[in-house]
Design a protein around this ligand. Structure first.
Ligand SMILES: [Zn+2]
Length: 91
């Protein structure tokens, strides 16, 4: 996949790509810790395993942000999976 540069729709300036964590890393880490703690108890495994999965996802998820060098407009790049393309095209 070629690394294309986006052009700002407002001022035609060049946009730079920033990649950062999608969620707060501390929140993800806290979820994993809470999940691990819950699984120590027999009943807690029901709650703890999904908590750990959700926490690991949140800690690892990234997002792409394009920021204009000239006017600092930022857009987030969201990749839509074909399966979830339920939006209607508006002319
Ligand atoms: Zn701009």
């Amino acid at each position: 996949m070629a690394n294309k540069t986006l052009v700002c729709t407002l001022c035609n300036g060049e946009m730079e790509l920033y990649v950062g964590p999608k969620f707060n890393r501390k929140v993800g880490g806290a979820l994993v810790a809470a999940g691990a703690f819950s699984t120590l108890f027999w009943v807690g495994a029901v709650l703890g395993v999904p908590l750990m999965v959700a926490g690991a996802y949140m800690a690892g998820a990234k997002r792409e942000l394009w920021v204009c060098k000239d006017c600092n407009t930022a857009i987030e790049r969201v990749v839509v999976k074909p399966k979830s393309r339920s939006f209607k095209k508006v002319q």
